[in-house]
Design a protein around this ligand. Structure first.
Ligand code: PMT
Length: 403
């Protein structure tokens, strides 16, 4: 249940980011997506068709006038075959030609012929080319016609400059595509997500923390936004980029996260607690760095407030989804937390030894009052969509906001 299109035409434009298309094809194939690659003339300067043919397991199309390929599958047939078109990288030239309806090569022609299918664009170019008013106007035109524009990201560029224009990483592109089968299921909904660890300071240089990377919560925020929700993400200290279209609030400690979540929860339809919140904090935060003294050093910890428990007391109360991170007795502990925290749903994951926390993949046992399901091991981006489908379904069944 990946939510990805089953049949995808991947158009590759000219640019150094074309090398990432190889990884993209590989990861799409791992998820059972049937990929047909179409390269522009520019892309052929950067990549060999043989590489992509080997990775996709299908002939690579490069020309509108390729007689043998035309006989097997014309641009019309290719357009009809595809569930969706993804162009990655989408160069400034490809964006301009798509925006203005050119049909002078296979990619632009089939994009016109497939204009009833979703079009996803992952731009990649030098930062000044991206910022140029002509490029921005082309992107706006494409967006206004319904194209999904993914990124670009900021950072160091192949040309040595730093700025906006890097193509999104393959996993981020796949995450965005994975809402294909769940479009707009959360349209009109407001969703609040917590993600990442909290850091509880001992002194100006030391803290108590945990291994949460924030990936699970960020994947949920990204998927919820892709499914049409207005999303606010309260993030502990993590090194992740903000997903497109998501409002982000950065916090450090459990008490800061508690304050931010309680401030933003009123008016939300759904609140999801994916953060690994510290249950305890040092009773005292020293203002100066603690010096080495005796062999033993004792720190007194005090309880932090329970964010989900306090959210459950709101009236009206949003739909509340929590997580249970366990190393044993997954179901028993999850059921206890579902009841004790007054949740509508809980996603239980085993953590440690390469699972759940810090990892790219996860697996859930999901429980709600009167039901349960298992979401088997998958990338967190895919699981986020699957979990949100369940949430959206329950929300629709309830017919509105919380209880
Ligand atoms: O960030 P990643 O590396 O991607 O890892 C993902 C994850 C393992 C952190 C995530 O999937 C997860 O399980 N998050 C919850 C971790 C956790 O704190 O679990 P818990 O069983 O201790 O807490 C139960 C629930 O209560 C959680 O929803 C938690 O957000 C919430 N909680 C906990 C403590 C507290 N003071 N307030 C809370 O609201």
């Amino acid at each position: 249940m990946s939510g990805l299109p089953r049949r995808l035409v991947l158009g590759i434009g000219g640019g150094i980011a074309a090398y990432k298309a190889c990884e993209l094809v590989r990861r799409l194939k791992e998820r059972d997506v049937d990929v047909r690659v179409v390269m522009t003339a520019g892309a052929e300067h950067f990549l060999g068709a043989a590489t992509l043919q080997a990775l996709s397991g299908q002939p690579v199309r490069t020309s509108l006038w390729d007689a043998s390929a035309e006989a097997a599958m014309s641009h019309i047939e290719l357009a009809r075959w595809a569930d969706a078109i993804l162009v990655a990288p989408a160069s400034a030239n490809v964006l301009a030609r798509l925006a203005h309806g050119f049909a002078d090569d296979l990619l632009t022609t089939l994009s016109l012929a497939a204009s009833d299918r979703p079009l996803w664009l992952a731009p990649a170019m030098n930062r000044l080319m991206w910022a140029h008013p002509a490029t921005q106007a082309n992107v706006e035109l494409l967006r206004a016609r319904g194209a999904h524009v993914l990124g670009p990201a900021s950072g160091e560029q192949a040309c040595g400059e730093v700025g906006e224009g890097r193509m999104l990483e393959p996993e981020a592109i796949i995450a965005a595509l994975s809402i294909f089968e769940a479009p707009q299921m959360l349209a009109g909904r407001r969703v609040l997500v917590s993600a990442g660890p909290t850091h509880e300071d001992l002194d100006p240089v030391r803290f108590l923390g945990n291994r949460s990377s924030g990936r699970m919560g960020f994947a949920l925020a990204e998927a919820a936004a892709g499914m049409g929700a207005e999303v606010t993400l309260v993030a502990g200290p993590v090194a992740l980029a903000t997903p497109a279209g998501v409002d982000r609030i950065d916090v450090r400690s459990a008490r800061q996260m508690h304050a931010a979540m309680l401030e933003h929860a009123p008016g939300m339809d759904v609140v999801i607690g994916a953060a690994a919140v510290a249950d305890y904090r040092p009773e005292q935060r020293q203002t100066r760095k603690i010096k080495k003294q005796d062999d033993r050093f004792t720190v007194t910890l005090v309880r932090n407030p329970d964010i989900l428990l306090d959210l459950a007391a709101l009236s009206p109360r949003p739909y509340l989804a929590g997580f249970a991170a366990e190393t044993e007795a997954l179901e028993d502990n999850a059921q206890l937390k579902l009841q004790a925290k007054g949740l509508d749903l809980i996603a239980a994951n085993l953590v440690g030894e390469g699972l759940g926390i810090e990892t790219q993949d996860n697996a859930f046992s999901v429980f709600w009052r009167g039901g349960s399901t298992v979401l088997p091991r998958a990338p967190k981006t895919d699981l986020a969509v699957s979990l949100l489908r369940i949430v959206a379904g329950q929300l629709a069944a309830k017919g509105g906001r919380g209880t």
